[in-house]
Design a binder for this molecule. Structure first.
Ligand SMILES: Nc1c(NC[C@H](O)[C@H](O)[C@H](O)CO)[nH]c(=O)[nH]c1=O
Ligand SMILES: CC(=O)[C@@H](O)COP(=O)(O)O
Length: 157
């Protein structure tokens, strides 16, 4: 008797993806978006199955995630943002609320919602994660979205 193992496949064909991207630090988030779109298309997603919503800043991401999830139009949602620490504690509040909002929406709606919001101490760290020496976080979480959507479909049958 061999144990049953569930593992998502990395083919995006036929899956529907919503992307919520923050405009704040757009010089970074636009690179994350490019990486996410590249990942989805190169893994077989159809252009018409990718929908993108722009929000002012990361703090606004959870609301639009909620709207997208409630619509039941998507098999996975990808969130993208870049929060860079400033001189005050504002950073902590933004990061905490975004992370909590994304995670709770995912569980509440039983929908893969990927956390692609980079939270960094400085601009250099953000640049490293937007397509230079630390890869592209947007590409990374988009591949994760494909795997999670596939895994959920395999589990639920
Ligand atoms: N400082 C950053 C912000 N701040 C803005 C908030 O996200 C929000 O839009 C504002 O508080 C109004 O509700 N947002 C980022 O995405 N990245 C930052 O570094
Ligand atoms: C993450 C932020 O909200 C931050 O960029 C704001 O900067 P500051 O803390 O200097 O007002």
């Amino acid at each position: 008797m061999v144990e049953k193992v569930y593992e998502g496949k990395l083919t995006a064909q036929g899956y529907r993806f919503g992307i919520v991207v923050a405009r704040f630090n757009e010089f970074i988030t636009s690179k994350l978006l490019g990486g996410a779109k590249d990942a989805l298309l190169r893994h077989g997603a159809e252009q018409e199955n990718i929908e993108i919503a722009w929000v002012p800043g990361a703090f606004e991401i959870p609301l639009i995630v909620e709207e997208m999830a409630a619509s039941k139009k998507y098999d996975a949602i990808i969130t993208l943002g870049c929060v860079i620490r400033g001189a005050t504690t504002h950073y902590d509040y933004v990061c905490n609320e975004v992370a909590k909002g994304v995670a709770s929406a995912s569980v509440r709606h039983r929908l893969p919602v990927m956390f692609g919001v980079i939270t960094t101490e400085n601009i250099e760290q953000a640049i490293e994660r937007a397509g230079t020496k630390a890869g592209n976080k947007g590409y990374e979480v988009a591949v994760g979205a494909i795997e999670m959507a596939s895994l959920q479909r395999e589990l639920l049958g």
